[in-house]
Design a binder for this molecule. Structure first.
Ligand code: NAD
Ligand code: IPM
Ligand code: MN
Length: 364
């Protein structure tokens, strides 16, 4: 019996609502697969915790999280606590402290009906964004000078280290090589005359070790256009922290919306735990109503299972997502359905259980 230790950080707004459904899926896997068990520890960290304790997580929070095999997070940030405090003290802190320098965000159209792009098929919208997740525009470096004075100046410095840039680009080349896909680097060297000139140089340098990988390089403004007009151009994409953040919301938009987008924050060396989360935030506009779409969070569970080496479960979850997406009434209102968050989760585990009892899940 394999036991995986999972830290749950449901967080704020719709975070707890969608994480509950992901946990339902994990519990179902436990029931269906006698070789797997999970031990969950839930951490009550987030904005409510901040309002009580003046901090987003326990002082030794990072230490406490170290022993887990994975962290499963809902969302962080809520009106009442400034976003730059809540995010820097929890989500961004975990990404940094655990050196989760790879953010893997699939942009995959799981049902052709769901794209707003006229005539685009699932085959044409199927790529992977590899976002640098530890530095760049998110280095947190800067200054605020002469506050409130006429000469006030604010600096926000991007930090692109050789180590940080090489490792993400190398990771992307490996991914492209191993999956025999093309690799596209997205940058902006025409305007960002230090950081992105360096990024492009590193992309070309590292590329010499991968002559078998066909590459493209686009400016981020043009790439944003192509995400919408010609997503079929992309197979594996590598880009900086901020560009990856923005581009993957466009990716969500072309594949069915924020309720369907997932991301894995990975420390490839496995020195520290990796963290899995939907791409969306706490959605204060819909939280507390029981209408948040839990499918992004369920897709994160699929990424967790792949990460644990239980790919048969990752695959079973993904194919069950494709199945539920064909049943419109079983979906939440963002996808035109009329089900609640927990009804989607219930229907999902029924479909998963039926699939597994029909075909079984291969076990080594
Ligand atoms: P958001 O992703 O929370 O919401 C954007 C829009 O998408 C809203 O209209 C929302 O209703 C909708 N949406 C998001 N998730 C949905 C779901 N599962 N089902 C149905 N609709 C969904 O982005 P925002 O409004 O810009 O940010 C709200 C808060 O969340 C802010 O505090 C922000 O900093 C934070 N945030 C956190 C994360 C994270 O924790 N990873 C990510 C993004 C934003
Ligand atoms: C995301 C989020 C975060 C980011 C925010 C909440 C700091 O938007 O994970 O996409 O920008 O990385
Ligand atoms: Mn984002």
């Amino acid at each position: 019996m394999k036991t995986f230790k999972i830290a749950l950080i449901p967080g704020d707004g719709i975070g707890p609502e969608v994480v509950a459904e992901g946990v339902k899926v994990l519990r179902t896997i436990e029931q269906l697969d006698p070789s797997i068990s999970f031990s969950f520890t839930e951490f009550p960290w987030g904005c409510e915790y901040y309002l009580k304790h003046g901090k987003m997580m326990a002082d030794d929070g990072i230490e406490q999280l170290k022993e887990f095999d994975a962290i499963y997070l809902g969302a962080v940030g809520y009106p009442g606590v400034p976003d730059h405090i809540s995010l820097w003290d929890l989500l961004l802190r975990i990404r940094k402290e655990f050196d989760q320098y790879v953010n893997i965000r699939p942009i995959t159209l799981l049902n052709p009906e769901l794209t707003p792009l006229k005539g685009k098929t699932a085959k044409e919208i199927d790529f992977l964004v590899i976002r640098e997740n530890s530095e760049g525009e998110y280095a947190g470096a800067g200054d605020w000078l002469f506050k409130g004075k006429p000469e006030e100046v604010v600096l926000q410095t991007g930090v692109f280290s050789r180590k940080g840039t090489e490792r993400i680009i190398r990771y992307a080349y490996e991914e492209a090589r191993n999956s025999k896909r093309t690799l596209t680097s997205i940058s902006k060297a025409n305007a960002l005359n230090y950081s992105m000139v360096f990024w492009d140089e590193v992309f070309n340098e590292v590329g010499k070790e991968y002559p078998d990988v066909k590459t493209y390089s686009y400016l981020v403004d043009a790439a944003s256009l192509y995400f919408v007009t010609e997503p079929e151009r992309f197979e594996v994409v590598v880009t900086s922290n901020l560009f990856g953040d923005i581009l993957t919301d466009i990716g969500a938009a072309i594949t069915g919306g924020m309720g369907l987008a997932t991301g894995a924050n990975v420390n490839p060396e496995r020195k520290f735990p990796s963290m899995f989360e939907p791409v969306h935030g706490s959605a204060p506009d819909i939280s507390g109503k029981g209408i948040a779409n839990p499918i992004a969070a369920i897709w994160s569970v699929s990424q967790v299972m792949d990460f644990f080496g239980e790919e048969q479960w990752g695959e079973a979850i993904l194919s069950t997502i494709k199945e539920i997406l064909t049943e419109q009434p079983s979906l939440t209102s963002d996808l035109g359905g009329n089900s609640s968050t927990s009804q989607v989760g219930d229907r999902f585990v029924d479909l998963l259980s039926a699939k597994v009892s029909e075909v079984g899940v291969s076990q080594e």
